[in-house]
Design a protein around this ligand. Structure first.
Ligand code: XIL
Length: 333
């Protein structure tokens, strides 16, 4: 078979991509995935609201389809994610009778049910989970994100989530996943959180660096510093959600609809940027075991149509009949 990215990188790390059922049920994108990638992450279909929309309702249809596709084609699967402040049903935090927030005990018991059920279902098929997603705040003087998880359970939901996942599948790799990972303030907080988990002997395999980047930022110095800092913990690292935004409004009054189409000049800048960041990834191959792109193509990118646009001819290349994309999460980083 013709070589793909995964083959060129076989001595470094696995190469992954975020997928939806539409990407994996036949057609050009399915062929492209089989050729280029040896790892996939469901973009939305394993999130809390997708598999567990209300307390006694479980919805496995899409997640199962993606898992079956991967298993059939010998592609590894990263699970994403077991806990996040968004894409979680409001029921999780509420008493169904009073509508008030539940107690910490009830919340952790619901979390345990959720994590145990999901991890068990895909035991032996999913090799790594993003256990806790984006729990740290971006602001200089605030450590934890003020989510309902935090408001109700304080810091304890984090070690609890890792412990539940490990109990359900002692062999699965468990990651803390976050964005702005190379920002000096944020990376220090991520380092501190993970160090405190390791010090307490909480089962955690490593750190997921989302890497939602732009052509201009972050600097290669900041990226190198982040890898060095995280690697100093002796944990595994994964690049979990890579994208490189190039096309975005730059002048006052410009909107996603009025800015210029993807130009050869933009394409060249984006290529050069990918080259420099993959150099950094290769330098870190001792710790870095996977690099995952967030979406198969610009036409399906979560950034298409947002104020901060994805790289590429997203708007102009959108193909008909690709199905709706989930909307409504806040932009990351
Ligand atoms: C995004 C998806 O790509 C979108 O389709 C969805 O509407 C919102 O979530 N950080 C994460 C991912 O960890 O789960 C997010 O994915 C992007 C930011």
């Amino acid at each position: 078979a013709e070589k793909g990215l995964k083959d060129y990188y076989k001595d470094y790390f696995s190469i992954g991509v975020a997928v939806n059922v539409r990407n994996t049920s036949g057609g050009d994108e399915t062929e492209l995935i089989k050729k280029e990638f040896n790892s996939i992450t469901p973009e939305n279909d394993m999130k809390m609201v997708s598999v567990h929309p209300s307390e006694h309702v479980w919805n496995w249809e899409n997640a199962d389809k993606i898992v079956d596709f991967a298993v059939k084609n010998g592609i590894k699967i990263r699970g994403h994610n077991l806990l996040w402040h968004t894409q979680v049903g409001a029921w999780m935090f509420k008493d169904s009778l009073t509508g008030q927030n539940v107690s910490k005990e009830v919340l952790l018991s619901r979390l345990k049910t959720h994590i145990t059920t999901v991890v068990n279902r895909y035991k032996g098929k999913i090799y790594a989970w993003d256990v806790v997603n984006e729990a740290i705040d971006d602001k200089e003087d605030v450590f934890m994100r003020n989510s309902l998880w935090y408001q109700i359970a304080g810091d304890d939901f984090i070690p609890a989530a890792f412990t539940y996942a490990h109990e359900a599948d002692p062999k699965v790799e468990l990651y803390y996943n976050d964005y702005n990972e190379s920002n000096p303030t944020k990376r220090d907080k991520i380092y501190k959180l993970v160090k405190s988990l390791l010090d307490k002997k909480i089962p955690i395999t490593g750190i997921g660096l989302q890497c939602h980047w732009k052509v201009e930022t972050p600097s290669t110095d900041d990226i190198r510093a982040a890898f060095a800092k995280y690697a100093s913990l002796g944990v595994k690292l994964q690049v979990t959600e890579l994208d490189v935004t190039v096309r975005r409004p730059t002048k006052p009054g410009e909107t996603p609809d009025t800015i210029a189409a993807y130009t050869p000049e933009m394409s060249a800048r984006q290529t050069a940027r990918y080259k420099e960041i993959f150099e950094i990834f290769r330098e870190n191959k001792k710790y870095l075991n996977n690099v995952t792109f967030w979406n198969v193509a610009d036409r399906g990118s979560w950034l298409d149509g947002r104020n901060s646009l994805a790289g590429g001819a997203a708007a102009t290349q959108a193909a008909p009949g690709q199905g709706p994309r989930p909307q409504g999460a806040p932009p990351a980083g």
